[in-house]
Write a protein that binds this ligand. Structure first.
Ligand code: ATP
Length: 816
C-alpha cells in the first residue's frame, strides 16, 4: 500500500511567526490538521479581548499554518498580501484577527490625534467612519464572515462586562492602600466598548434605494457582496452636481472614509474573474482612497490568477492595472510523501521498494478525491447508488451534490426525494434563483440537520455554495457535473475534509469523452483516484463492495464490448423518474428546462477541449434526466444525425473507432403518451393550458400556414445570404456529383454486361477499384463527404439565421 504523510510549509514569508508548538503535528494521513504554534505565544501578543474570544468563544488553542504565517505579518507590516492555502485551512481567521488588531490600533491612534485636536478624550473612530471592507462573491459567504466578526464583538462585550464586574468587586473590596486601575486601561475599555456591530450588505438584507436616508448606518467594518457594497458606497458618497451643500454634507455625514485602511477580497480569484463582479469592483476601487488602502487577497486557488490571462483582471499585469502591485505572497503548500509507484493506492511490495516521492497538492490531505466513469445515461443511477453505498457501507451522513445550473438543481430536488430508494434521505436545494430568505433557511436547515447514516441529508446546489462556506460535518461531495471553471473543482470538493476532518469527493465523468479531465486536474496538483462503477447492491455484496463495470457480465454473455453498453438499471431508473414526472406536467416543463440549461452549460466549459459539446451524448443525458421526450434544440438534431450516419456506416461495414461504437449504441425513444391529456396539478395553470390548447386548435390551419411561411422566409433569407462564391462552389460540387453518378451508372451497366457475358461473379467490395483509379464504386464514396459538406453549409446558414439557438435564451442564463 502507498503510504502518505503530511507536511505543510510556508513560502515567501519572512521568518516572523508563531513560536513552534511543543506538540508534533500528527502525521497520519488525513488526521487532524498540523497546527503551527499556540495563540498565546503569537508575536505580537494579541489584544486581550481578541485572544479571549479565540479561546473561549471559538475554543481554539493553536494556529493553523496560514494563520501563523499571515497574522504576525498582517498586524505589523503595512503591505498588500496575496494569500493561498487549501480549503478549510482557516483563512477567514487569518484576516479577521489582523483586521481587528489593526482596528484597535487605529482607534487608539485616532483617539490620540483627536484628543490633540481638542476632541473628546477617549473617542477614536466616529460612528460614520469606515475602517475596513470585506468583499466576498456570495451572500451566504458574506453572512458567514459577518457572523465571525460578530462573534468577536460579542466576545468584546462579554470581556468588557467581565472586566467591569471585576472592577466593581475590586472597588467594593478596596482599601486606601490598593492602587487605582491604570488610567490607560480604563480608557481602553471605554473605547473598545463602543464598537458598533459590523454592517452586512447583501441581497434581501439591505435596501438598494438611491436615498442615503434609507441606507443602514455605516460601521467600521463592512462585509458584503460586490454589487451591494458598490451601490452602498456610491449612494453614500456621491451627490449630483446640482445637489445643495446641505445634501452633500448629509451624504458625507452618512459615511466617511478618512480612516479607511483595509480592503479584503475573500475568494479574490472569483471576484477578479467574473465580469459582473469586476464591474462592481471597479466602482469600489474608484471610491476608496488609494494611497492609504492596503489590499489583502485570499483564495484556495489564488496563484491561478497570476498565470491566467483570458478572464477579467487575471494575470500579473491585470492585477497591476487595478493597482494591486507588489503583492507579498503567502502560500501555504500541502505536500504528500508518496511511497510506491503512485498515490492512487496501487502500491505493491515491489512498488514499496521505489523511493518515496514528495508531491505537492492543492487539496487537503484528508480529502479523498475520486472519480467514477459511467455513460451519460448512467449518471443519475450512479448518483443514487453513490448516496446509498456511502451511507450503507461507509457510514456517511452528510452530502453536497453540485449541478451546473439552477434549473437542474430545482428539477432533481423534486425528483430524487420521490425515489423510493432515497426515501430516508433529507433533501434541500440551494441556488441563486431562490429568494434570499429561502436560501438562508435552507442553509440553516442543512447545517443544523442531525444527519446519521439512517437519516442522511443531501444539499443539492449550484456553485453558489461552492466557495468559502463552512458547512459542518460534510462527509461527501458529489459533482454530478464537473464545474465550468476548473478552479471551482477544489472549492466544491473542499466543502468536505475541512480542518483535518476526513472527507470524500466524487466526480461523475462520462466514459469515452471526459477522461482527459483526470490528467488535467493532476497537472493542477489535484490528484483523483478511480472509484469503480457502482453496481447494484446485491452485486456489491457478492463482490465485497468492488462493484464492476456497467453491464460487464451481461455484455460478456452477449459477446459484446461492455465499453458503451448502458446498465439496464439506468433504463429502469429512467422509467421510475418518468413515472414521477407524469404526475404533473409542471415537472415535465422543469425537466425540459433543466436538460436544455445543462446542455447549454456544457458548451460553456472553460476546458472545452475536454468537455466537447459535440461529444455530449444528449440521448444518454435525456435518459439520466428521465425526460419524456427530447426538446427541440440544435445539439439534439446534430447528435441524431451523427447517430444515423454511424448506423449507416455500420450497415455498410465501415463503422470503426470508439466514437462510432458509442454513437451506434446511443438510442432514444420518446415516451408513448398523449401530450394533450397531460395535465398540470395546479388548477389555474391547467385551465390556462386548456384555453391555449383550444385556441391553438381553432387556429391550427392558420398557425401551420404561418409556420410554413416563416420557414420559407428563412430559407429564402439563408439563400440570399450565401455568398456568390459559395453558390458557385455548390454548383461545381453538384456537377461533380452528377458526373460521378453518371460514371457510376455507366460502370454498373458495363459491369452487368460483363457479368452476363463472361458468366462471372460481380466485383465485391473487397476488390473494388480504388478511388484513385477513378472508375470503381470507391470513387463514389466521396459522396458522403459532399453530403456532409452540404449539410454543414445548410446548418451554418441556418445557425447564422437563428443565432444558433432555437431555445429561449432565458433557459440558459441559469448557472448559479
Ligand atoms: N486555529 C484553528 N483551530 C481550529 N479550528 C480552526 C482554526 N481556525 C479556523 N478553524 C476552523 O476551521 C474551519 C475552516 O476555516 P475557514 O472557513 O476559515 O477555512 P478557509 O481556509 O477559509 O476555507 P475555504 O477556502 O473553503 O474558504 C472553520 O470551521 C473554522 O472555525
Amino acid at each position: 500500500m502507498a503510504t502518505t504523510s503530511t507536511k505543510r510549509k510556508q513560502e515567501q514569508v519572512q521568518g516572523v511567526g508563531a513560536e513552534p508548538s511543543s506538540k508534533k503535528p500528527k502525521k497520519t494521513a488525513g488526521a487532524a490538521p498540523s497546527f503551527a504554534g499556540s495563540w498565546d505565544k503569537l508575536k505580537p501578543i494579541l489584544t486581550p479581548w481578541i485572544l479571549e474570544t479565540i479561546h473561549t468563544t471559538f475554543g481554539f488553542t493553536n494556529l493553523t499554518p496560514v494563520q501563523a504565517s499571515l497574522i504576525p505579518l498582517a498586524i505589523s507590516k503595512n503591505k498588500d498580501f496575496l494569500v493561498e492555502a487549501v480549503t478549510g485551512s482557516g483563512k477567514t481567521l487569518s484576516y479577521v484577527v489582523p483586521v481587528l488588531e489593526r482596528l484597535v490600533a487605529k482607534e487608539a491612534e485616532m483617539a490620540k490625534e483627536r484628543a490633540g485636536q481638542g476632541g473628546k478624550a477617549g473617542k477614536g473612530l466616529r460612528r460614520n467612519e469606515v475602517f475596513a471592507l470585506v468583499v466576498v462573491p456570495t451572500r451566504e459567504l458574506a453572512v458567514q464572515v459577518h457572523a465571525v466578526f460578530e462573534l468577536f464583538f460579542q466576545g468584546l462585550r462579554t470581556y468588557v462586562a467581565d472586566q467591569k464586574a471585576m472592577n466593581t468587586e475590586d472597588v467594593a473590596a478596596a482599601t486606601d492602600d490598593i492602587p487605582e486601575q491604570p488610567q490607560q486601561q480604563q480608557e481602553q475599555i471605554i473605547t473598545e466598548e463602543s464598537y458598533p456591530s459590523p454592517l452586512l450588505l447583501v441581497s434581501g438584507q439591505t435596501t438598494t434605494s438611491k436615498s442615503t436616508t434609507a441606507l443602514p448606518p455605516p460601521s467600521p467594518i463592512i462585509i458584503g457582496t460586490p454589487g451591494r457594497i458598490a451601490s452602498y458606497l456610491s449612494t453614500s458618497l456621491t451627490t449630483s452636481s446640482s445637489s445643495s451643500t446641505s445634501a452633500f454634507s448629509r451624504a458625507r455625514k452618512h459615511l466617511s472614509l478618512t480612516p479607511f485602511s483595509l480592503l479584503i477580497l475573500d475568494e479574490a480569484d472569483s471576484l477578479l474573474s467574473s465580469p459582473d463582479h469586476l464591474r462592481n469592483m471597479h466602482t469600489i476601487w474608484s471610491t476608496l482612497p488609494r494611497q492609504q488602502r492596503r489590499n489583502w487577497l485570499f483564495s484556495a486557488t489564488m496563484m491561478d490568477v497570476l498565470s491566467e490571462r483570458t478572464n477579467g483582471l487575471l494575470g500579473t499585469s491585470g492585477l497591476e492595472r487595478a493597482g494591486l502591485k507588489n503583492l507579498t505572497r503567502v502560500v501555504v503548500k500541502v505536500e504528500t510523501k508518496v511511497k510506491g509507484r503512485d498515490q492512487e493506492g496501487t502500491g505493491t511490495e515491489a512498488a514499496a521498494a521505489v523511493p518515496a516521492e514528495v508531491k505537492q497538492r492543492r487539496t487537503p490531505v484528508s480529502l479523498q478525491n475520486t472519480y467514477i466513469l459511467c455513460q451519460a445515461a448512467e449518471k443519475t443511477l450512479q448518483l443514487v447508488r453513490a448516496l446509498r453505498t456511502e451511507t450503507n457501507d461507509n457510514g456517511h451522513a452528510k452530502f453536497i451534490v453540485y449541478f451546473s445550473t439552477c434549473a437542474a438543481v430545482d428539477y432533481f430536488y423534486r425528483i430524487l426525494r420521490r425515489l423510493p430508494e432515497l426515501s430516508h434521505f433529507h433533501f434541500s436545494s440551494l441556488h441563486g434563483h431562490l429568494p434570499p430568505p429561502i436560501r438562508t433557511s435552507t442553509l440553516a436547515g442543512f447545517t443544523t440537520h442531525a444527519s446519521t447514516p439512517l437519516r442522511p441529508s443531501v444539499l443539492l446546489c449550484t456553485d453558489v455554495a461552492a466557495r468559502g462556506l463552512d458547512l459542518p460535518d460534510v462527509d461527501v461531495v458529489v459533482q454530478y457535473d464537473a464545474p465550468m471553471d476548473p478552479k471551482v473543482f477544489s472549492h466544491r470538493a473542499g466543502r468536505a475534509a475541512r480542518m483535518g476532518r476526513q472527507g470524500k469527493g466524487i466526480v461523475l465523468l462520462t466514459k469515452g469523452s471526459e477522461e482527459g479531465y483526470i490528467e488535467f486536474l493532476a497537472l493542477r496538483k489535484i490528484p483523483l483516484r478511480r472509484q469503480a462503477y457502482i453496481g447494484p447492491e446485491e452485486q456489491a455484496d457478492d463482490d465485497q463492495g468492488g462493484g464492476g463495470e456497467s453491464s460487464t457480465a451481461a455484455a460478456a454473455a452477449a459477446g459484446e464490448s461492455a465499453q458503451f453498453l448502458v446498465d439496464p438499471a439506468a433504463d429502469a431508473l429512467q422509467l421510475a423518474i418518468q413515472n414521477i414526472v407524469l404526475e404533473d406536467r409542471d415537472l415535465a416543463d422543469k425537466a425540459a428546462k433543466a436538460f436544455v440549461s445543462a446542455v447549454r452549460a456544457y458548451s460553456k466549459h472553460e476546458a472545452s477541449y475536454i468537455f466537447r459539446l459535440r461529444e455530449l451524448d444528449v440521448f444518454g443525458m435525456g435518459k439520466s434526466f428521465g425526460l419524456l421526450r427530447l426538446p427541440r434544440m440544435p445539439e439534439i438534431r446534430d447528435w441524431k444525425e451523427r447517430v444515423r450516419k454511424a448506423r449507416e456506416r455500420l450497415e455498410k461495414g465501415k463503422a470503426g473507432g470508439e466514437d462510432d461504437e458509442r454513437l451506434v449504441l446511443s438510442s432514444w425513444q420518446d415516451r408513448d403518451m398523449n401530450w394533450d391529456e397531460f395535465a398540470y396539478v395546479s388548477k389555474t395553470r391547467e385551465a390556462q393550458r386548456l384555453a391555449e390548447l383550444k385556441e391553438a386548435e381553432s387556429k391550427k390551419d392558420e398557425i401551420a400556414a404561418e409556420r410554413e411561411q416563416a420557414a420559407k422566409a428563412r430559407r429564402e433569407m439563408a439563400e440570399k445570404r450565401v455568398a456568390w462564391s459559395v453558390k458557385k462552389d455548390r454548383k461545381d460540387r453538384k456537377d461533380v456529383r452528377r458526373e460521378k453518378k453518371d460514371r457510376k451508372k455507366d460502370w454498373e451497366a458495363r459491369e452487368a454486361k460483363r457479368v452476363e457475358a463472361e458468366d462471372v461473379e460481380p466485383t465485391t467490395t473487397l476488390d473494388k477499384p480504388t478511388a484513385a483509379q477513378g472508375s470503381g464504386p470507391a470513387a463514389f464514396d466521396a459522396e458522403d463527404d459532399d453530403e456532409m459538406d452540404e449539410y454543414r453549409d445548410a446548418k451554418k446558414s441556418k445557425k447564422e439565421h437563428h443565432g444558433g439557438n432555437m431555445i429561449q435564451s432565458d433557459m440558459f442564463d441559469d448557472l448559479s
